[in-house]
Design a protein. Structure first.
Length: 85
């Protein structure tokens, strides 16, 4: 990738950071993919349908209320940032 010459711009450092960011992104996506495979295929076959439902029910409740709490929390930060600025 060719970046135009800017004062204070170091192309070697940019390339190094770009590559490291790419590796971190690949690691994150790979980790999520492995967790998804374990959760959707390995865990249900190991636990069986009844036990997996028992395991999954609290997770669904937790995910639902976490989403609701996050929405309320973001609004609070947004309105606080607007009133203090």
């Amino acid at each position: 990738m060719k970046i135009p010459a800017l004062p204070g711009f170091n192309p070697e450092a940019f390339e190094k950071y770009f590559k490291n960011t790419g590796w971190l992104l690949i690691a994150r996506v790979g980790s999520l993919f492995i967790k998804m495979l374990v959760t959707t295929f390995a865990l249900p076959s190991y636990l069986g349908s009844a036990h997996f439902g028992t395991y999954n029910y609290p997770l669904v409740i937790l995910a639902f209320f976490t989403g609701i709490a996050t929405m309320g929390n973001r609004r609070t930060h947004y309105t606080t940032a607007l009133t203090t600025s």
